[in-house]
Design a protein around this ligand. Structure first.
Ligand SMILES: Cc1cc2nc3c(=O)[nH]c(=O)nc-3n(C[C@H](O)[C@H](O)[C@H](O)COP(=O)(O)OP(=O)(O)OC[C@H]3O[C@@H](n4cnc5c(N)ncnc54)[C@H](O)[C@@H]3O)c2cc1C
Length: 306
């Protein structure tokens, strides 16, 4: 495959794929680099009810696959590799990946976010042995068992509701006394008889032998310490942007998200960012798709003025 292109897009989620759709339909020679699977994080959503055009809702895996199908229809090239570094050499942007170097005049960074770790003893050791960051992938392993979901936002409640299809009991553990998730998800969660809530509580450690057996908890208001027997722990405590390799090249906000203008321009001419990875994003498919389109149009203007 040719290693020099007009545009490189990093990430094949809704933002990167929408950028790819707009760029390739405008006959820009664009290469999209994705490290996992085309579709991005929405592949993990059971049902998406707020993406326009699907009044009955659509499963995340179906939506991701449809976006990928449409994006690759007009000649967008894709390669599977992990982007590990980026440099500027003259007019070129050099993108280092697990599969070697690629070069382009313009780059759109659409790498999205990844899950935040709990950062507690036992988490690392039991990952894949009861600790999971993906309910859609792993919930079926916990049929008729008791599991904990840690977190209080949309992802935590989505995960908890999905896990109730398999587990006998699901306990949501949240450090505050109210949830951050949207009202509609909260209503569904409170109405689900398999779901219970432990408020003002943090997980301090995960304990087991070959597999998870229990978690040790602390109530932040009373200081009381307790244990809970569970077979699984789904961690959904937040997201961090996939920008580690961009430090020093681009301006990042205090959370590590990329600062951009309204046209998705970073401070470096010819480098754009789109989707959940950019500062201030509402982190939804619809905003990621819009950002991707804006970034592609900005990149096209940059290329034609260069
Ligand atoms: C369980 C769940 C439910 C959700 N439900 C909804 C919903 O109902 N409605 C809604 O609008 N949104 C929902 N979302 C949020 C939605 O998935 C995101 O807002 C959207 O996917 C963001 O798109 P993106 O393209 O910016 O990033 P992502 O979807 O995160 O895609 C980024 C892509 O970049 C790749 N990547 C990252 N770093 C690199 C690298 N260094 N090299 C190569 N590739 C890289 C990743 O593998 C990934 O495929 C949900 C998310 C989850 C997890």
């Amino acid at each position: 495959m040719d290693r020099t292109h007009q545009l490189i897009i990093v990430g094949g989620g809704p933002a990167g794929l929408s950028a790819g759709l707009y760029a390739s339909r405008s006959k820009v020679d664009a290469l999209l680099i994705e490290k996992a699977g085309l579709g991005g994080r929405i592949l993990n959503a059971e049902l998406v009810e707020n993406y326009p055009g699907f009044p009955q809702g659509i499963s995340g895996s179906e939506l991701g696959a449809l976006i990928a199908q449409q994006a690759t229809k007009y000649g967008l090239l894709t390669v599977f590799a992990e982007v590990q570094g980026m440099q500027i050499r003259g007019d070129e942007k050099i993108v280092s990946t697990s599969e070697g170097e690629y070069r382009a005049q313009a780059v759109i960074i659409a790498g999205g976010t990844e899950h935040q770790k709990l950062g507690i003893p036992g988490e690392e050791a039991f990952t894949g042995k009861g600790v999971s960051y993906c309910a859609m992938c792993d919930a079926a392993f916990f049929r008729d068992q008791v599991v904990a979901v840690v977190g209080g936002g949309n992802v935590a409640l989505n995960d908890a509701l999905f896990v109730t299809k398999f587990a006998s009991r699901v306990i949501v553990i949240h450090r505050r006394d109210q949830l951050r998730a949207t009202k509609i998800l909260q209503d569904r969660a409170f109405a689900n008889s398999k779901l219970e809530f432990l408020w003002d509580t943090v997980v301090e450690s995960i304990v087991g032998d070959k597999l998870v057996k229990e978690i040790r908890l602390r109530n932040l208001k009373t200081g009381k310490v307790s244990t809970l027997e569970v077979s699984g722990v789904f961690a959904a405590v937040g997201l961090r942007p996939s920008t580690g390799y961009l430090k020093g090249l681009l301006t990042l906000d205090e959370g590590g998200f990329i600062s951009v203008s309204g046209q998705m321009e970073t401070g470096v001419p010819g480098i754009f960012a789109a989707g959940d990875i950019r500062s201030g994003s509402i982190r939804q498919v619809v905003s990621a798709a819009g950002d991707g389109a804006t970034a592609a149009i900005s990149a096209e203007r940059f290329l034609s003025s260069a």
